[in-house]
Design a protein around this ligand. Structure first.
Ligand SMILES: Cc1ncc(COP(=O)(O)O)c(C=O)c1O
Length: 426
């Protein structure tokens, strides 16, 4: 009995294999692929299909690992019909306070609201100056202008991507009222130095912890605190891609100050002190019960999620070590990086070319952030585009973030890092 022959469009097969896994199979001479060849190709195709699609974040695979618990929690909320301010909201707030080691957690609708409510609670007046890095997501700086305050952009340290204490001190004027350090990419800003400067000038600190929940900060005296619980107020986001991500929007505000906690809670709820008594102007910013129930489950995994991200970062660090065109993320001695992003600084590399090359191999990459705050049109009236922001501008032109999440495997990491090196060394 002869070997069965299969007519296969080899061109298509070759292209799939080349694009998906970079395996070149070009030795087949016959027009028709007979059985042994087909078996090899089938095995290869299986291997290729088995490599999961590479994504910047993979919330679906993560969800499937906790699906039973999450589905039950969601159904419980549906059955209770307590969609707003149900028990899971208070439970989650209490559990998050315990995890963060902070007295008060005020859940709210998202991380942008958290920043806005924090600034409202501090009674900042129009034109008061709020110092913030230019190199951050727009939400940090946008709320300052929204509240008719004046954003004062300062430089970041080019190694840590976070606010430079020297630049901060230079930017302080008699109008300065608050500082908003951002723990960017999962790396904590140098809070010990920032706290000293704030104390010297009697300034509030609002820590934007949207990208760094779970990050441990160690002071020079050995005291450890969570990023977000060090300043006057801390804020965070539960946007789905965040280290502690909801399945929709969500946010929270942290403080150890009892009076501020009452005010923050009131502002997040229409300035209401008791039902239909509205003492201050507030807003409507609530964390849905369903999201709180999901977050409460995910909170138990947060440390493991941060560890998984660190492992990915370790892999990339090793893969790029010694490559003079690639600067891998700096890890400070004072903070345990939680790698919300894994961001490289490229020297003498066509960054867009690399991004396109990676995309041609189905590898996503992102530029966080291509336009810094001081150059955004929305702030034109503050004249900040004239600011000298050498580090910020330098970084803006050189950074690129690679996929990093809790579900990455070595096969994906090997593929991504080999493609980055291949392009850069060409
Ligand atoms: C640094 C930073 N601040 C604030 C926010 C705003 O959070 P949200 O999208 O939940 O409003 C984000 C979200 O990406 C962020 O990265």
């Amino acid at each position: 009995m002869g070997i069965p022959a299969f007519r296969i469009n080899k061109k298509i097969l070759y292209r799939i294999i080349d694009n998906r896994n970079d395996i070149i199979v070009g030795k087949c001479k016959s027009k028709d692929l007979n059985y042994p060849y087909f078996a090899i190709f089938a095995a290869l195709l299986k291997l290729i299909c088995d490599m999961r699609t590479i994504q910047m974040v993979d919330t679906k695979t993560q969800y499937h690992k906790i699906k039973q618990e999450v589905d039950k929690a969601v159904i419980d909320v549906l059955e209770s019909s307590a969609f707003i301010n149900g028990k899971p909201v208070q439970d989650f707030a209490a559990n998050l306070s315990a995890y963060m080691g902070v007295k008060h957690t005020i859940p709210c609708a998202n991380g942008t609201d958290a920043l806005q409510i924090a600034m409202m609670a501090l009674d900042l007046q129009p034109e008061d100056e709020v110092i913030t890095p230019s190199f951050t997501y727009i939400a940090t700086t946008e709320v300052i202008a929204l509240l008719k305050l004046t954003p004062v952009f300062v430089e970041v340290d080019a190694r840590t991507f976070c606010m430079s204490p020297e630049a901060l001190e230079k930017a302080i004027t008699p109008k300065t009222k608050a500082i908003v350090p951002v723990h960017l990419y999962g790396q904590a800003a140098p809070m010990e130095e920032i706290m000293k400067i704030a104390a010297k000038h009697n300034l509030y600190i609002i820590e934007d912890t949207a990208q760094a929940i779970g990050c441990d900060y160690t002071f020079s005296n050995g005291i450890k605190k969570k990023a977000g619980t060090i300043g006057t107020i801390g804020t965070t986001s539960f946007y789905p891609s965040k280290n502690l991500g909801a399945y929709g929007d969500g946010g929270a505000i942290f403080t150890n100050d009892d009076e501020l906690a009452v005010k923050l809670k009131m502002i997040a709820n229409h300035g209401q002190s008791k039902q239909y008594h509205h003492d201050v102007v507030g807003c409507n910013s609530r964390l849905d019960t369903i999201q709180a129930a999901i977050l409460d489950i995910k909170l138990k995994h947060l440390d493991a999620y941060c560890d998984a991200r660190r492992k990915v970062a370790d892999y990339y660090d090793r893969a790029f070590a010694g490559n003079e065109k690639i600067k891998t993320p700096y890890r400070t001695g004072y903070a345990k990086h939680v790698f919300h992003q894994y961001t490289l600084i490229l020297e003498n590399v066509d960054r867009n070319g690399l991004k396109e090359f990676l995309a041609s191999h189905q590898i996503p990459a992102m530029i966080y952030y291509p336009i810094p705050g001081h150059k955004q049109k929305m702030f034109a009236s503050f004249g900040s585009s004239q600011n000298n922001m050498a580090n910020t501008d330098w970084l803006t032109e050189r950074v690129i973030s690679l996929p990093i999440h809790t579900e990455m495997d070595e096969e994906q990491l090997a593929f991504i890092s080999s493609k980055v090196v291949e392009y850069i060394n060409q």
